[in-house]
Ligand binder design. Structure first.
Ligand code: BGC
Length: 367
């Protein structure tokens, strides 16, 4: 069967012919892959700056954002049956007995760094026709979300961030009048790519007062999607950071989804009292930049601020993402569909990797 592959040693990408995987264990599930998303991580892997093939292979099968249809299950599988839709998780635990996180099923917090990731680090990905994996890494997707289910994995970034926001803010009395969290809190989303816009949807759906702050002036597709979900869009080219902060009021949460460190740390300077700044972007390494550390440190202390990073996502975040996708589909069916701006067949997988336009490009492998 065909698979989208990257050959780091040869500095090339192309379609590989690989063997069909077989269900070998009692807990295994075989999926016929329907759709696979392309993201910045895939572009970095194809630029040979990131990612690693499994040992013994000179290539890595790409793809970590996916949805598939179950075609076969092992005899002990109880939550899925042929015909069901499922989204597989990306990260697999390390083998070290002392890694408390991996041993607790929270490989998104792996201590050793020896985790593996499908389509990224030492495990083949999902940009192929059939894949087999353990039931425990599969998440059942309702049939009515078939068309947009590929957005689950990028949405898990926001779901885990939200989980972290609620956990970290337990450090202080954070409830709104009436006791709830959310509606009295201002959340700023940095970036209007897929991770940013899905984050804006998740934060809005959780009740936050959300503003998207992104580079490009409106009109553009991201700004249109923000408008469709009732979220303000402000361009950083038109409104500089200090003016933006003044107009926005106390910024309770910043959800960063641009991967540009200078911009992120410039915005950190205007985080509000008791505010929490969540970094999700992974920048490529450039020359060091200048950051106003005195102001940042002074604010962080005097305003009780917190800065955290978050990577990958656990089972709970996949489950919340699936539930939230259902909610977005009911509330904003057009906006959530508008995130997928291009669909390509498998043999053209390099096109959206080489030239990036729109919001989310996907590879359609089967219907
Ligand atoms: C993926 C994560 C992964 C991270 C780092 C992201 O694109 O969504 O699952 O942990 O890259 O490899």
């Amino acid at each position: 069967m065909k698979a989208a592959a990257v050959y780091p040693g040869k500095h090339s990408t192309g379609l590989a012919n690989i063997d069909e995987p077989k269900v070998m264990g009692p807990h295994e599930v075989k999926l016929r892959i329907l759709t696979v998303g392309v993201c910045g991580t895939d572009r970095e892997i194809c630029a040979f700056e990131y990612g690693e093939p499994p040992s013994g292979f000179d290539y890595l099968v790409l793809g970590h954002e996916s949805i598939g249809e179950v075609v076969e299950v092992g005899p002990e599988v109880s939550t899925l049956k042929p015909g069901d839709l499922a989204v597989p998780m990306v990260r697999r635990p390390c083998n070290h007995p002392e890694c408390a996180a991996c041993r607790a099923g929270r490989q998104d917090f792996c201590y050793t760094g020896d985790y593996t990731e499908r389509g990224i680090k030492e495990r083949h990905g999902f940009m192929t026709e059939l894949v087999v994996d353990e039931e425990v890494y599969m998440n059942k997707m309702p049939a009515d979300l078939r068309e947009i289910g590929v957005l689950t994995e990028p949405l898990t970034i926001a779901e885990k961030a939200l989980e972290q926001v609620l956990a970290v803010q337990k450090r202080l009395p954070w409830g709104c009048p009436g006791g709830e969290v959310g509606y009295c809190h201002k959340a700023v989303v940095l970036g209007a790519g897929p991770v940013g816009l899905l984050g804006a949807m998740a934060l809005k759906n959780a009740g936050f007062d959300v503003v998207v702050y992104s580079k490009r002036p409106a009109p553009n597709t991201g700004a249109e999607i923000a408008a469709k979900i009732g979220v303000k869009y402000i361009s950083s080219q038109e409104t500089p950071i200090d003016k933006f902060a003044l107009e926005t009021g106390n910024i309770d949460v910043v959800y960063e989804a641009v991967g540009a460190s200078q911009f992120a740390f410039d915005v950190l300077k205007v985080l509000g009292t008791n505010g929490l700044f969540v970094l999700t972007g992974v920048p490529s390494i450039h020359a060091p930049v200048t950051v106003d550390t005195d102001t940042i440190m002074r604010n962080m202390v005097l305003k009780n601020q917190a800065l955290i990073g978050t990577v990958n996502a656990g089972k709970q975040a996949f489950e919340s993402a699936i539930a939230d996708l259902g909610a977005f589909n009911r509330k904003w069916p057009d906006a959530v569909r508008a995130l997928i701006t291009a669909r390509y067949p498998l043999d053209r997988f390099q096109d959206p990797i080489e030239s990036h336009e729109g919001i989310k490009s996907v590879i359609e492998i089967a219907k």
